[in-house]
Each structure stands twice: as structure tokens, then as C-alpha cells.
Design a protein around this ligand. Structure first.
Ligand SMILES: [Zn+2]
Length: 508
């Protein structure tokens, strides 16, 4: 194998957050990273070892290959609006202090999401990697792991020698991806030739429209895996950038890693052409909210009907404050039983003042996401009050705790709405079930998630329909107002005769 002497010093750090630039709320250390992981050194090591995350995979690879591990700062937060500048500055300070303390280093491995923006940096991942590269110089090996939805920019590719992304969506290979990136880094340290070729396609598609388990994406991934299995490539990634980033540069980057530059370029081109060819098959079928309510109102349709409001999915980076479906139900004087959640700290506060069993006038939802209609207004009964803590039923996150802050259930006629301060685990039925909204006994349930809900809900839902709703995570990308997105971009104005640019070697 590629044994590395103990003298090889590897610094590992982490900056993992997925930003949605249409979500105006700022993700801070307190409201974002401390909720999941803000840890340093031994504490970060112990916490990472408890879960199959990318950082865990990196740690194991460094240890297995005999490197000396220096674990610096880990920042891991959920999806949301741009990250506060303070958070990235805090990470940079910790990392630069450790680089100064432990230099000379042989390698730096960084666990990233890769689609992160701060208040002042559209390419926060590139800014971090280039900052580290400046500190350590050109010869230290740098490797990064990213989410499949990363925006892998020219600055990231100019800074890191190796970038590996998840090969699954829904994502189940966090650990493996960290391990792949770090083990390739260790192999390069041991003298093996590792050449990364990349090309970026100006395109974006919504995550609600595809998985890697189904065609047409599955074939592209299967082809890439066959190139690994037969030894042609050392690694590959097809990044399908998450689309709620109004920034430039942005695109889907296809990476192939091989011991030979020509082979790496050839197969990056091959994978890019295959991926570009399937782009029209990566879209969800969207129905109007009224069409879905019509189905739920049909006495002959089995229940519950699931209306998927992925545009407002907090898991995808949206706010979770949309009252769009409740407004449509109210406008129609609907008498079907419906259940949903809405982020609304003001309504929660008022519910605690009004008290359980009492009636009050409420204005719910549509208070944070830009360009939404007015809130849902009217008399509602406060059914219950909660501290917001619950355990997820999974399978993703099974038995993991979640806390949505203070919460209350309000009944607006036949619509039961769980209002909360900070929605989380939004694809897990417990975000309703725990609060007394048992999805099985409703006619219509609104689910604000992209794909995570499908496994638990398919156990009892009669049908699930993707709705064409407004929000910071809409699949109908043409609903959004784009200011910075480059011209000549799919699905907007890409030239008919566009062909992906030839892949090139970025470092080495
Ligand atoms: Zn992702």
C-alpha cells in the first residue's frame, strides 16, 4: 500500500454549510453551526467519530495511512441563508493559528459543502481554500470533499489538488467521500501520480427532479463507477450544482482523477458530455396548488394526499415560512382537513399569550421570504404549546434529536398549522406527528422537503405531488429574479449549439 511515514503532518478542518442566496436570513455561528457542530481539536475529533460524516472519513484515512493528524476547527451547519462573515473569519483565524503552530505541514484536507456564500463572499469555499493555499505555499498537498450540489469554482480548482464530491443523491456517502478525498491526498503524498481534470458546464437543475438511484442520472453515475472499478480512473465526481445561488461564477463541474493527465481529461470530457445530454430529464413535474387541492377534495381519492412544497424546504436552504397552501385553502373555503408547519416566531409568541384552548386573531407566515403574498390572517384556536424538542423517526436521522424552538399548533378552521421558531428535519413526519398532527388522518398534508420525505411518507401516503409554489427553493427556476447569474446559461438562454468546454488539468 501507500504507507506514509509518521512524519507526514496533515491538518484537517471543516466548513460545511449550503447557502440559498434567495433566503434573506443570515446563518451565524449561534443559529446555524452551534446547532450541529462547532468544535475544535479533540472535541471535533470525538464528535466527528460519532457519525458517518466526511470529516470522520478524512480522519480515518489519515490514521490508516499513518499520517500525523492535526484536527483544527470544524464548522458544520444546516442549509440556510448566507453565512455571517464572522463565521468564516473565525474559522480562518483558527486554521491560520494552527498552520503557524504546526508548520511545516505536508497536507491540508478540508471538508466542505462547496455551495456556500458568506455576506461578502459569493465563493466562500474558494476563498477559504485559496487562503489556506497562500499560507501553506504551492507544494503542500490539499484535498477537499464536497456535497454533490457544490459549486466547484475555478478558485477552488486552482487551490486544491484533489476535490471529491458525494456520488449519491439522496446523500448516503458522506463518510466515503471524506475518505476518498483524504486517501487520494495521502496517496499523492506517498508519491503516487494523481491528476485532476475538470470542466464546468453553465447549467443548473432543481434537486426535486432527480436522484442518482433513477434514470437518467443513474446511468451517468454507473458509468463513472465502472471506470473506477476497471482501474481507468482513481476518482470522479459529477457535481450538479444546487440552483438557488444567484452568483457568478456558477456551474456544474465534472471531475475525473487519474494517474495520467490525458486519461483524466478524456474521461472528464466523456462524463461531462453524458451529463449534459441528460439535462432535460432532471426536472420534476410540477402541478398547481389548486390541482392538488382538487385531488384531496375528491371524496373518491385515497388519503392522505401529500402536497410537496419543496420551494419552502428548510433542508434545501429555504426559509420554511410559506403560508401559500393555507392561503389557497382559505380562499377556496376548503373543508378538507389539512396539516402543515410554518416558521413564524411572532405567531408562536402570540399563541403562548393567548393560551391553549383559546381563540385569537393571528397573522401567520410569509414574513421572511421576499416577494411572497401577505400572511394568512384570521381567527384561530390554540390547540397546543410545545418546547419544540422531538426525536426523528427516520430512516434519515432516525432517533436523532431535533429542536424547532418554541412551537404551537393553531387551527384555522380545518387547517392545522404547527408554527415554530426554527424548522428542522422538515422531511421527517415527526415535525407534524410529534405536535399532534398525525399525517395519516388528514386529507392533505403539506411537506416542505425535496427528497428526504419520500421514504417515510411512502409508507402511508396515497399520492405525492410536487407543487409549483413560490419560495427561496422553488423548482420553477424561472419564478426567481436573477441578477448575477451569467448569460448563456441553462435553463434560461443557453445557445442551442453549446458544447461543454474541453476538460483541463488545473494543478500539477
Ligand atoms: Zn446536497
Amino acid at each position: 500500500m501507500f504507507a506514509v511515514s509518521k512524519s507526514k503532518r496533515v491538518l484537517v478542518c471543516e466548513f460545511h454549510q449550503e447557502s440559498d442566496t434567495f433566503n434573506p436570513l443570515i446563518s451565524t455561528i449561534e443559529n446555524c453551526f452551534e446547532k450541529v457542530r462547532c468544535a475544535y481539536g479533540k472535541d471535533a475529533y470525538d464528535k466527528a467519530k460519532l457519525v458517518p460524516c466526511a470529516l470522520h472519513g478524512m480522519i480515518d484515512a489519515v490514521e490508516e495511512f499513518g499520517g500525523e493528524l492535526i484536527l483544527s476547527q470544524s464548522l458544520w451547519g444546516g442549509s440556510g441563508g448566507r453565512v455571517a462573515d464572522d463565521a468564516l473569519n473565525f474559522l480562518k483565524e483558527k486554521v491560520s493559528a494552527d498552520i503557524a503552530k504546526y508548520s511545516p505541514l505536508d497536507a491540508v484536507f478540508v471538508s466542505l459543502h462547496g455551495a456556500c456564500c458568506t455576506e461578502s463572499e459569493d465563493d466562500a469555499s474558494g476563498a477559504l481554500l485559496s487562503y489556506i493555499r497562500e499560507l501553506v505555499g504551492p507544494d503542500v498537498v490539499m484535498a477537499a470533499s464536497c456535497d454533490l450540489h457544490a459549486n466547484t469554482t475555478p478558485l477552488m480548482l486552482a487551490s486544491a489538488d484533489i476535490i471529491c464530491g458525494y456520488q449519491t443523491y439522496p446523500h448516503v456517502d458522506f463518510y466515503e467521500t471524506g475518505y476518498r478525498a483524504a486517501s487520494l491526498g495521502m496517496r499523492k503524498l506517498a508519491g503516487e501520480k494523481v491528476c485532476l481534470a475538470a470542466t464546468t458546464i453553465p447549467m443548473m437543475t432543481p434537486p426535486a427532479g432527480y436522484t442518482t438511484q433513477q434514470e437518467p442520472f443513474k446511468s451517468v453515475m454507473d458509468y463513472g463507477k465502472s471506470l473506477i472499478a476497471d482501474g481507468t480512473l482513481q476518482d470522479f465526481t459529477v457535481f450538479n450544482v444546487q440552483p438557488w445561488l444567484d452568483i457568478d461564477p456558477i456551474g456544474c463541474t465534472i471531475i475525473a482523477v487519474a494517474s495520467d493527465e490525458t486519461v483524466a481529461c478524456r474521461y472528464a470530457d466523456d462524463l461531462a458530455q453524458r451529463f449534459f445530454a441528460i439535462k432535460d430529464g432532471l426536472w420534476p413535474e410540477l402541478m398547481s396548488v389548486d390541482e392538488i387541492i382538487d385531488i384531496a377534495e375528491d371524496p373518491n381519492s385515497p388519503k392522505p394526499v401529500i402536497l410537496v412544497d419543496s420551494a419552502d424546504s428548510p433542508n434545501g436552504g429555504a426559509v420554511g415560512d410559506s403560508a401559500e397552501v393555507a392561503l389557497r385553502l382559505q380562499a377556496r373555503n376548503a373543508t378538507i382537513r389539512s396539516g402543515m408547519f410554518v416558521k413564524d416566531p411572532e405567531a408562536v409568541k402570540k399563541a403562548f399569550e393567548v393560551g391553549v384552548g383559546n381563540k385569537g386573531y393571528f397573522e401567520v407566515g410569509n414574513k421572511f421570504t421576499p416577494d411572497m403574498p401577505a400572511p394568512l390572517k384570521g381567527e384561530a384556536v390554540v390547540r397546543s404549546l410545545h418546547d419544540g424538542s422531538f426525536l426523528q423517526e427516520g430512516p434519515a436521522g432516525k432517533f436523532q434529536p431535533c429542536n424547532v424552538g418554541l412551537a404551537a399548533v393553531l387551527s384555522f378552521g380545518f387547517a392545522d398549522i404547527m408554527v415554530c421558531e426554527v424548522p428542522g428535519a422538515s422531511g421527517d413526519p415527526q415535525i407534524l406527528r410529534h405536535f399532534g398532527i398525525e399525517p395519516k388522518v388528514y386529507d392533505l398534508i403539506v411537506v416542505k422537503a425535496n427528497t428526504s420525505f419520500r421514504v417515510p411518507y411512502s409508507a402511508f401516503a396515497s399520492a405525492m405531488y410536487n407543487a409549483d409554489t413560490p419560495g427561496a427553493g422553488t423548482s420553477n427556476l424561472k419564478r426567481l429574479v436573477w441578477r448575477k447569474l451569467p448569460k448563456n446559461y441553462y435553463p434560461f438562454d443557453l445557445a442551442e449549439d453549446y458544447v461543454p468546454a474541453p476538460a483541463t488539468i488545473r494543478r500539477g
